[in-house]
Design a protein. Structure first.
Length: 307
């Protein structure tokens, strides 16, 4: 497994420019990044909402290349004003979403991560839950022509009930389990559609992560590597800890990634309180995440040789 390390700018770009994020990652020893495009789509003055958004993307792409940072994956806009309504209807993608696909290509990246659309209401009926899955088939199916045009893969991320609306005895949360992701991939049936595995989300949902990796196989296109302690309500569970700081079995995860021949970046999505850290503290944290996982990979390789 070729190890290319990447980190998400998710909690850095709130108070740092894109260039400052790139500088920080380069100083921390990374050669790739997960460009958090979503952050530039949220506010009215966001660069992606301006008529000259292509100039912004061109500037970022040029700066990253000059610093030796490849854009290994991009996180698309996901804070949609309208997801799946109470009557299970939803809008088709807006121009902004199609611009996200073009921007990903302009960043010389082929992996664009999307959250599946949700209906944030209880669905105690399995037939209703299935309607949410099928709405996503229609939504992402409409993006396929643009994905093919720009050579950008659509990577669907597994989620969890972060609104805490599900109750005991309800059917499983849509797209929280491996089977739902596979349902969407199978029905879209395109080499341009893969999955992004968020290890923290999976752990909260009680997913057997190594088994999920093996089930996805070559359709596992990208990773959000982070750790937590599983479902620990009423505490917010999605802690985004550095790998090794929670309960995940990283040895088994690395073994499964090796078995399926995973070819993407080892991308950390570890906020871990970074919003309140100084730049120097963020630098230490990012280096720690990379060096810890490098050691995990070495340990796994040693065990493989010893077998």
């Amino acid at each position: 497994m070729k190890a290319i390390f990447s980190a998400s700018a998710r909690d850095l770009c709130g108070d740092m420019t894109a260039e400052e994020c790139i500088d920080l990652l380069a100083e921390a020893g990374y050669t790739a990044m997960d460009f958090w495009l979503n952050k530039y789509c949220e506010k009215a003055d966001g660069p992606m909402l301006q008529s000259d958004w292509r100039q912004f993307i061109e500037r970022v792409a040029k700066y990253a290349a000059a610093k030796g940072i490849a854009v290994g994956q991009v996180h698309a806009h996901w804070r949609l004003e309208t997801e799946i309504r109470e009557d299970f209807s939803c809008d088709l993608p807006s121009e902004l979403i199609f611009n996200n696909i073009e921007a990903c290509a302009m960043l010389n990246c082929k992996r664009l991560v999307f959250h599946p659309l949700q209906r944030w209401l209880r669905m105690p009926d399995e037939a209703d839950r299935r309607k949410v899955l099928d709405a996503n088939v229609r939504y992402f199916g409409s993006l396929l022509p643009a994905a093919e045009k720009y050579g950008v893969e659509i990577h669907i991320e597994n989620l969890f009930d972060h609104h805490h609306v599900w109750q005991e005895g309800d059917p499983v949360f849509p797209f929280g389990q491996t089977e739902d992701i596979l349902y969407l991939l199978d029905r879209l049936n395109s080499p341009m559609v893969k999955t992004c595995l968020d290890t923290g989300h999976a752990n909260i949902n009680g997913v057997d992560i190594p088994a999920a990796i093996r089930a996805y196989g070559k359709r596992l296109g990208s990773l959000h590597l982070n750790d937590n302690f599983g479902r620990i309500r009423p505490v917010y569970e999605d802690l985004h800890l550095f790998p090794g700081n929670g309960r995940l079995d990283w040895k088994a995860i690395i073994r499964a990634l090796r078995e399926v021949g995973y070819e993407g970046t080892f991308n950390f999505e570890c906020s871990n309180g970074m919003k309140s850290m100084t730049r120097g503290q963020r630098l230490v944290g990012l280096r720690f995440a990379r060096e810890m996982f490098e050691q995990m990979l070495r340990d796994a390789e040693y065990e493989k040789d010893a077998e």
